[in-house]
Design a protein around this ligand. Structure first.
Ligand SMILES: Nc1nc2c(ncn2[C@@H]2O[C@H](COP(=O)(O)OP(=O)(O)OP(=O)(O)O)[C@@H](O)[C@H]2O)c(=O)[nH]1
Ligand SMILES: [Mg+2]
Length: 381
């Protein structure tokens, strides 16, 4: 198994040497994996790259990927993902900061979880045993970006720690399914966005507790007037990225609502056609028109609402369609029972008022949940 640690650097001449040494040691202690170590550099000017170059002359598994100009750590990281997949044929990718705030020697624990079958294993500061060393300012900014924006606003609930770089990501069937070309993120929200993109592909996330310590040497890259520009850019980008994800998620719900409305129109018009125009019997008209609405819902939801998890292939499609009819029968049951009980309770005059309420508050949430959990379940075709 080829493991590619991606070490992020920008003017880190004090840290890069010890970090490469650490990975060479990890490689030696874990010979069951083949390590290809990458320094992903954001165009350092302090001699960081010269140090990496010296190592790569000695060790052919040390590589330098230097950005021709400063474009932001997010873009650098996305390029490094592509490089690791295409050039180094990575099976697992492990991005990490160079400053030792995360302990690289946690890597074998992350890899053990990958071996167990998890696809994304995050070094997490927010599970039992994990910790941070933040001052009050970092605590507040971290709480806003990680808890308020990523967890609640964007709704990325697969993990509790979205902001850290350090994680092990499986490539085959997981990261290689993410459209990296489309992922244009400049700053540190690349971490949260990566988790989100991966959550569309897999459900197998795991968080290993990590203690976040002090920077070993050098200055944080976000300090100084020149860096301030990037920091502000990164903050605005976090708000923009999380909002984009929120909209993308609600978009699915809006599409689902529209498809449901089209289904209702199909239902009503074909009921009119069969019963009033063609004079079919009552039960045949209801049965046929309901089934046509179910077919319409299934088709449009598959092609449009849930297109990222599109069901294909004849027999699979048929199986899922039967399952879809099954869940529709559940909706029918809910509507009939609630409608009958409601009408009994409130009187016959309330029937037409009850119907939209039942649809809105019982049937829609039921259908939406069933579609997400059963029919178009993520990571399962
Ligand atoms: N490739 C690349 N790496 C970068 C860039 N900017 C920062 N880095 C690296 O990304 C990692 C995280 O940056 P830090 O400056 O440590 O930021 P931080 O951890 O939020 O800040 P501190 O907690 O104060 O250290 C470090 O390893 C940096 O060297 C960039 O533009 N390109
Ligand atoms: Mg740091």
């Amino acid at each position: 198994m080829i493991v590619v640690p991606i070490i992020m650097t920008y003017n880190e001449k004090e840290n890069i040497g010890p970090m490469i040494e650490a990975w060479l040691k990890i490689a030696k202690e874990n010979p069951k994996y083949k390590f290809e170590i990458v320094d992903c550099d954001g165009n350092s000017t302090d001699g960081t790259c010269e140090i990496t170059n010296a190592y790569s002359k000695q060790h052919k598994n040390v590589h330098l990927l230097k950005s021709p100009k400063r474009v932001g750590m997010g873009r650098d990281l996305i390029n490094a993902y592509k490089y690791a997949i295409e050039k180094l044929h990575a099976d697992v990718i492990i991005p990490i900061d160079v400053d030792f705030q995360f302990d690289p020697f946690l890597a074998p624990k992350l890899l053990a979880k990958i071996d167990e079958g998890y696809d994304v294993v995050v070094a997490s500061r927010h599970v039992k045993g994990g910790s941070t060393n933040f001052n009050w300012f970092r605590k507040i900014t971290h709480f806003i970006s990680d808890t308020l924006l990523a967890y609640y606003w964007a709704g990325i609930k697969e993990v509790k720690d979205h902001a850290g770089l350090f994680k092990a990501i499986r490539v085959k069937g997981v990261l290689d399914q993410v459209d990296l070309e489309k992922m244009d993120v400049i700053g540190f929200s690349v971490n949260m966005r990566t988790i989100y993109e991966l959550s569309k592909v897999t459900k197998k996330f795991y968080e290993v507790p990590a203690q976040f310590g002090e920077r070993r040497a050098g200055q944080p890259t976000t300090v100084g007037l020149k860096s301030m520009k990037w920091f502000i850019k990164y903050v605005f980008e976090t708000i923009f990225q999380t909002t984009k994800i929120r909209l993308e998620r609600s978009q699915r719900f809006i599409k689902f609502g529209l498809v449901g409305f089209v289904g209702y129109l199909v239902n009503a018009s074909t009921l009119f056609l069969f019963a009033s125009l063609l004079g079919f019997s009552e039960w045949l008209s209801w049965g046929l028109s309901t089934e046509l609405a179910i077919i319409s819902n299934f088709t449009w939801n598959n092609l449009w609402t849930f297109k990222t998890q599109k069901i294909t292939g004849g027999s699979n499609l048929f199986k899922k369609f039967l399952q879809f009819n099954g869940t529709s029968a559940g909706a029918l049951l809910i509507q009939t029972v609630a409608g009958t009980l409601g009408t009994r309770f409130f009187g016959a005059g309330s029937r037409q008022i009850l119907l939209p309420f039942i649809i809105l508050f019982l049937v829609l949430p039921y259908n939406y949940t069933m579609y997400n959990l059963v029919i178009w379940r993520k990571g399962k075709k």
